[in-house]
Design a protein. Structure first.
Length: 306
């Protein structure tokens, strides 16, 4: 590990901005199921080229903007290496899980991310979580169990393992920039995606892909990787790890909604009930955070002596 580790980067002055950014990233991430349903290619090709387009779209603004730092190779450090590997693992496991297991299995396993992030934060920096955050995480997990109650167990073992890898690697992505706030998030995203592409591309079937899949993968990489990951990494720095991951569980509510709009795939009663639980508890948590922030910013009135 690199020496001189900084303390946690939770910014108590900007929790509202952090929540807004994480919410926007969750909306962008919620399109992952829609993009996956639209693809006709195999899982290996999907992993490789989604990562390729994600890396390209993440690097493009730096290069076109003429910023010299866009051409610099980031200085090696073990925390940076861990973050790069976490991005690479999460990129591969996310697409792999969506391809190889049921959405129900992937959703319920992904819902453990807040607990993993909270545990990692406590392990690395002793970041204690508020009681309401832990309560909201538990209620959110119950909501996910309700959603998947009729379909749990239908996925494959490999996909389930990929889902565990997705949740664990994403928990590391949440925690590492908070432990080491000097990490170059943009460079880590580009390098992580490039590694994923280099590993999977030789085994893919890119030459056989129709134009439709190229367009879908480009949109997948831009929306689900570049935009969503960047917004989340920036926003999560202003929140406790479990809070950021908890807001991200709204993806479980939004993803079925987009599929319903595009494919007329109507959600089940269990999805509506569990999704309502998740939405309400996240809304409750955000409103309490907003109330506390208003109280912190309200100037204290000191009575004048008569």
């Amino acid at each position: 590990m690199a020496s001189g580790a900084a303390p946690p980067a939770t910014d108590a002055r900007r929790p509202i901005a952090g929540m807004v950014l994480v919410l926007l990233s969750t909306v962008a991430w919620s399109f992952s199921g829609l993009f996956t349903r639209m693809l006709t290619t195999d899982v290996v090709t999907g992993i490789a080229w989604r990562s390729f387009f994600g890396a390209v779209f993440t690097a493009l603004p730096m290069l076109l903007g003429g910023r010299s730092r866009g051409l610099d190779v980031p200085r090696f450090s073990w925390p940076m290496a861990y973050l790069v590997l976490a991005v690479a693992a999460c990129s591969a496991c996310t697409v792999g899980a969506l391809f190889m297991t049921s959405i129900a299995n992937a959703a319920v396993i992904y819902a453990t991310t807040p607990f993993m992030a909270a545990a990692l934060s406590f392990l690395f920096v002793r970041e204690r979580q508020q009681g309401r955050t832990l309560l909201a995480s538990a209620v959110s997990l119950v909501g996910v169990v309700v959603i998947v109650s009729s379909g749990f167990g239908s996925g494959g073992l490999v996909g389930d393992v990929a889902s565990v890898g997705m949740a664990l690697s994403f928990a590391f992505i949440i925690v590492l920039p908070k432990v080491y706030p000097g990490l170059d998030l943009q460079a880590a995203s580009i390098l992580g995606a490039a590694i994923t592409f280099a590993v999977f591309a030789p085994f893919g079937q890119a030459r056989a892909m129709p134009a439709h899949d190229w367009v879908v993968l480009a949109g997948f990489g831009f929306t689900n990787f570049t935009v969503a990951l960047y917004l989340f990494l920036v926003g999560a720095r202003h929140l406790a790890a479990a809070q950021a991951a908890l807001i991200g569980t709204l993806d479980i509510v939004l993803a079925p909604f987009w599929v319903w709009l595009a494919f007329d795939e109507r959600p089940s009663v269990a999805t509506l009930v569990g999704g309502s639980m998740i939405f309400l508890v996240v809304a409750w948590h955000i409103l309490l955070e907003w109330r506390d922030e208003v109280k912190r910013r309200r100037p204290r009135v000191v009575g004048a002596a008569i």
